[in-house]
Design a protein around this ligand. Sequence first.
Ligand SMILES: Cc1cc2nc3c(=O)[nH]c(=O)nc-3n(C[C@H](O)[C@H](O)[C@H](O)COP(=O)(O)OP(=O)(O)OC[C@H]3O[C@@H](n4cnc5c(N)ncnc54)[C@H](O)[C@@H]3O)c2cc1C
Length: 533
Amino acid sequence: MAQFALSASAAALPFKAGISRGGKQWSSLVPGSSWRKFGTRFFSVHSQSCQRKGLRFVASGAVGNGGGTAEIAESNKAPNMYAWLDKKKPRVCILGGGFGGLYTALRLESLVWPDDKKPQVLLVDQSERFVFKPMLYELLSGEVEAWEIAPRFSDLIANTGIQFFQDRVKVLSPLDHLGVTGPTGSGSGGTVQLESGLIIEYDWLVLALGAQAKLDIVPGAAEFALPFSTFEDACKVENKLKNLERQNFGKDNLIRVAVVGCGYSGVELAATISERLQEKGKVQAINVETTICPTAPPGNREAAMKVLSSRKVELLLGYFVRCIRRSESLVSPVNELETFILELQPSQRGLQNQILEADIVLWTVGSKPPLPELEPDDRPYELPLNSRGQAETDENLRVKGHPRIFAVGDSSALRDSDGRLLPATAQVAFQQADFAGWNIWAAINDRPLLPFRFQNLGEMMTLGRNDAAITPSFIEGLTLEGPVGHAARKLAYLIRLPTDEHRLKVGVSWLAKSAVDTVASLQSTLTKVLSSS
Ligand SMILES: Cc1cc2nc3c(=O)[nH]c(=O)nc-3n(C[C@H](O)[C@H](O)[C@H](O)COP(=O)(O)OP(=O)(O)OC[C@H]3O[C@@H](n4cnc5c(N)ncnc54)[C@H](O)[C@@H]3O)c2cc1C
């Protein structure tokens, strides 16, 4: 839908002197004016330039309203100022449309507002899709389709007042370090500059940029290993596996998969891929600790161990990867695809160095929040970051020292009442979004903010097409495994998908697929029974 909007806007522009940059179309327009597209409407925007703190600002005004995807074809006088539709209503800019950001936007939309205070909400994300990351594995097992777990933002917000802009966040210039806490409209909270040069002035900011894979931990990882964190990563892994399967079709060679890290992500990947490849593959999983999923409830760990051993996944526990390199001599004679060498060093006494060969190396260790640069980057403006690079917040989810900035999810750091850092999980981000939305409402309406309290509902992991482990926190000692755990996990995630409309579409799709699977398995059982009688 975003692509349709793009081509439609290009077709309707007065000049079609567009240049393509990073998949976006930019067109030269009438000097001093630019055209913006919101949903299916166009708005003419007149701009005036002014200078501040070394950045060029362009003040703009726009008319009209309506939610949707903001496709902006700017004049070549970038950077330009984003034109909010209403000059009086509070402006909430949300950076990152994942579990933290998208759900905060939807929460804001669902609250009841006094007419003049209902904020304008702009969601910015580098991707055109929201990604339900806990179900990325299902893309590899073929259980789900891309639209189900990675729907386009333009579809999700179609019936809301939320505006979406696809771009990368680059520079943040907060102005709230002096404690600007008055009601909104009393002054700007700061500005955000995007990679395209667009500048967004906001009253309230939500930092929800998540975390990205950190591959610069060992030599060769960034070059030769594939992370598994985004939709694009999952597509790359899927393509690589398909290529290997095609090349090895009808041959005796095993497809060798090395998974680095045996936290949840590594174990779920190893379980999914070993099930997919079966006897055509060999999966090896490496962990620096001497166990898998060290922080998981014992029930989940034991269920995972059973599944991994039944699928002959080789666990190399107590090792760290010293380096990864491309194999010069060992390129498989039967396929032209490159192969890799992993040098393993023991992290425990009594183990020997190991050398592994693999056709694909999957990296699941380490992550880092992609927080934007600050400008100016000196003291009063800076965001307090912890050693993991996450923005530290108070219990109301406001970044410390920045009353106009809320931070949620993986790019934020908050400790519970026992002083433990909350985990970087979808569960935390999802719950924080609810509080962030409420607290923005409270801040705008001069009401007290609510302190965030995390409610741990338990932990879930997928272990294959019909297998999962769930340990709910509210029933001590219970772990649901196998098909029951699998069905319960899918239901729990269906409920958490964004928007009623999307949930309904996905629910119907999964129901239809499970009906087809049931008929197929009945047919195959019947065939077996009939052929043996
Ligand atoms: C494979 C996998 C499986 C997982 N399984 C589970 C699970 O089973 N249970 C669980 O609780 N958690 C799970 N997690 C963790 C969970 O997905 C994250 O904790 C959660 O997504 C965090 O939400 P968030 O909003 O902070 O970040 P995200 O959901 O990652 O969203 C961040 C958004 O910011 C955007 N973004 C990033 N940088 C920029 C930029 N510079 N400019 C513009 N946009 C940007 C991204 O495109 C993204 O849309 C899993 C994670 C992965 C990778």
